[in-house]
Design a protein around this ligand. Structure first.
Ligand SMILES: Nc1ncnc2c1ncn2[C@@H]1O[C@H](COP(=O)(O)OP(=O)(O)OP(=O)(O)O)[C@@H](O)[C@H]1O
Ligand SMILES: [Mg+2]
Length: 338
């Protein structure tokens, strides 16, 4: 993952209702919740600032009605923001023509919607190839690429099936394959696994992480499930009433929740799963012990390595270079915190 921004969102507002633009401009660009309420307007997205970095999984999480779907639709201008600025690869999307937006959505963005529909009269293969047909790509090329996508999501052999012959999880995979067929640079997924039962859901999350380790897309993923968020996210933004109340790594949110609302979500999360070795390690003063662990590993991944009896582990960076020591007592402290 790089630190380069793929998508930047500055002071973005989406207010539903008549006179929305006036409500923003006549209140210094930042109407408060009460002003909106009195005017009978819905502040679905309020003053959102965020930056999605190239190659990261950026999760937007919040309760139902907090504005997640509206925000993600604003990012691709499927919903027109009331005000603000959205930069994609540095290009200001809010001043792009409709023709240019269609081109960007068709070629550079992929979307999996919360309640997406497969085309019932098309086979799996034709459903996946559909966005390529819209692009005007010839049949052999699009079927070839669609076949690869169907295989990628684990549905090889189902190419000629119709949606009604598939389970919910399989249909979801077709939707994922379809959104990947255009090989998007920026991939939006709006609660793609919410309708699935817990076991299948976990399987799909694993599958999704496997896909991402191969594809390395820049991803905006929406969920209302904090466990799903910490499993998948490089960084998480938490929304409440249209605002982002905190954005950070799972570790930052769990260790330093900015508000009671964030703390409520993180309360039941095992700290050992999110606290990284890097934040517990001490400087090494002598040669490292023989057993080492990566600084990006979680404390719960480090814990079993103490089973052989040592009191410290060596900590190494991504290149295997020694950078510190991890003490058993520090690991035990975190594990005891639940
Ligand atoms: N077209 C619309 N007109 C008026 N209000 C809307 C419209 N679309 C959404 N809203 C309101 O905006 C707010 C945010 O809705 P949104 O769909 O973005 O929430 P969400 O976080 O995606 O919720 P969920 O988890 O249930 O999908 C809600 O109060 C909703 O009622
Ligand atoms: Mg939604």
């Amino acid at each position: 993952m790089s630190t380069e921004a793929k998508l930047v969102c500055r002071d973005v507002w989406k207010i539903f209702g008549a006179g929305a633009c006036d409500a923003v401009s006549s209140n210094g660009g930042k109407p408060d919740a009460e002003t909106l309420l009195r005017a009978g307007l819905v502040g679905a997205v309020r003053d959102v600032n965020l930056e999605v970095r190239t190659g990261e999984i950026f999760v937007i999480m919040g309760l139902s009605g907090s504005g997640k779907s509206t925000l993600v639709r604003c990012l691709s201008r499927l919903i027109e923001p009331t005000s603000g600025e959205i930069l994609f690869n540095g290009e200001n999307l809010l001043s792009a023509s409709e023709k240019r937006m269609i081109e960007i959505r068709r070629h550079q963005m992929g979307m999996v919607f919360q309640h997406f529909a497969l085309l019932p009269h098309l086979t799996v293969l034709d459903n996946v190839a559909f966005p390529l047909e819209v692009q005007g790509i010839d049949r052999p090329t699009r079927e070839d690429r669609a076949r690869r996508m169907v295989e990628l999501v684990g549905l090889a052999g189902k190419e000629t099936a119709f949606p009604r012959q598939l389970s919910g999880g399989q249909q979801q995979r077709v939707g994922i394959a379809r959104s990947l067929a255009v090989e998007p640079e920026l991939w939006f997924l709006d609660e793609p696994f919410s309708a699935l039962d817990p076991l299948i859901r976990r399987e799909m999350q694993d599958e999704f992480l496997r896909l991402q380790s191969v594809l390395k897309k820049t991803i905006v993923f929406i969920t209302h499930d904090f466990d799903e968020a910490i499993r998948l996210a490089d960084r998480i933004a938490i929304m409440k009433d249209g605002e982002i109340v905190q954005a950070g790594t799972p570790e930052e949110l769990v260790l330093a929740p900015a508000t009671d609302y964030v703390a409520e979500f993180t309360r039941n999360v095992a700290r050992s799963k999110v606290v990284k070795v890097a934040s517990l390690m001490k400087a090494a003063t002598a040669a490292l012990p023989a057993t080492t662990i990566r600084h990006t590993a979680s404390v719960s991944e480090a814990a079993p390595l103490f089973a052989t009896g040592g009191d410290t582990l060596g900590v190494v960076d991504a290149d295997g270079q020694p950078i510190g020591l991890l003490r058993r007592s520090d690991v035990v402290d975190v594990m005891m915190q639940g």
